[in-house]
Design a protein around this ligand. Structure first.
Ligand code: NCD
Length: 307
């Protein structure tokens, strides 16, 4: 088993499948009255969050607690980080406290890689800048597999602000490893020009959402990340949503079995219409629940558990 999960590229097909299978076993636990396993008793998991988060932070906390680990939640606000303490000094503090795993979210791409060189424990990337978010890709893959029965050969459209999306990057890597066919869809300004060539061989790019929908098994809508935009990438919110937003008439172009995903937080009315987000095709709430199971599986396996 790998020691760190810094990138979805750390996972080969066998390891990724083992994590997904283990997540399935963890999910079975969620249906029981007592949701706790003693597996990580006496181990310490630190959640190190330098960037805002709702779902991911709560999800990692719930996952660690369900495995009986001791959990320390650290958020940059209210810590010595606001006094200018460096990531390295914070890392050395965690090291002195004996953290077995550090879950890190950071605005700088590559921060988890640096951290891994300073601590002895496992480092898990919970989102670094616009770079990667591998556990999101795992929970997304888990959700697709449990809804559609397989990943191999699935047509997955990832739609919207690909440029700023660590979710998109990690999904492209993991889905390709697991045999799905990915098409990136969005305005040309929000799809990095070298993306198809640089990322994965079979990756496709389209600027026309309507033409992609009839063949999609999965549509993953991405949030338009205005907080990361210094320039304007499209004429107006209205124009964006007219061309790339998923509304009810567009959703009807999908095959009967297709599902609609979104990692959250959503801009309702922008990239996704409320009636789509709340429809029976939407897996958005399921993704959150699956997130806990997927993160339990990651913590369990990285900290030495057996399948
Ligand atoms: C995403 C993130 O933070 O990268 N959200 C999440 O983790 N569920 C996507 C986003 O912020 O749009």
């Amino acid at each position: 088993m790998i020691k760190h999960l810094r990138s979805a590229a750390d996972l080969d097909a066998e390891t990724a499948t083992l994590i997904l299978d283990t997540a399935g076993e963890m999910a079975a636990l969620a249906g029981r009255e007592v949701k706790k396993l003693p597996t990580l008793r006496g181990r310490t998991v630190v959640n190190l969050f330098y960037e805002d988060s709702t779902r991911t932070r709560i999800s990692f906390e719930a996952a660690a607690k369900r495995l009986s680990a001791d959990v320390i939640n650290f958020s940059a606000k209210g810590s010595s980080v606001s006094k200018g303490e460096s990531l390295k000094d914070t890392a050395l503090t965690l090291q002195a406290m004996g953290a077995d795993a550090v879950v890190i979210r950071h605005p700088a791409s590559g921060a988890p890689h640096r951290l891994a060189s300073w601590v002895d424990g496992s480092v898990i990337n919970a989102g670094d800048g616009t770079h990667e978010h591998p556990t999101q890709a795992l929970l997304d893959a888990y959700t697709m597999r449990s809804r559609l029965g397989r990943l191999d050969g699935l047509n997955v459209a990832i739609v919207g602000d690909v440029l700023h999306s660590r979710v998109a990057r990690s999904n492209v890597l993991l889905l390709s490893t697991l045999g799905a066919r990915v098409t990136l869809v969005g305005p040309p300004t929000l799809i990095p020009i070298d993306v198809a060539a640089a990322l994965q061989p079979g990756l496709k790019v389209s600027y026309d959402l309507d033409s992609v929908l009839p063949d999609a098994d999965v549509v993953m809508m991405l949030r338009v990340q205005t907080e990361r935009m210094q320039d304007s990438y499209f004429p107006s919110a209205r124009e964006y949503s007219r061309r790339y937003g998923l509304d009810a008439p567009r959703m009807r172009k999908l095959p009967e079995h297709a599902i609609v995903m979104h990692p959250g937080p959503m801009n309702r009315g922008m990239e996704i219409a409320p009636e789509v987000a709340d429809s029976s095709r939407s897996t958005i709430v399921e993704q959150v629940a699956n997130g806990v199971s997927a993160r339990m599986a990651v913590l369990y396996l990285l900290l030495g558990g057996k399948a």
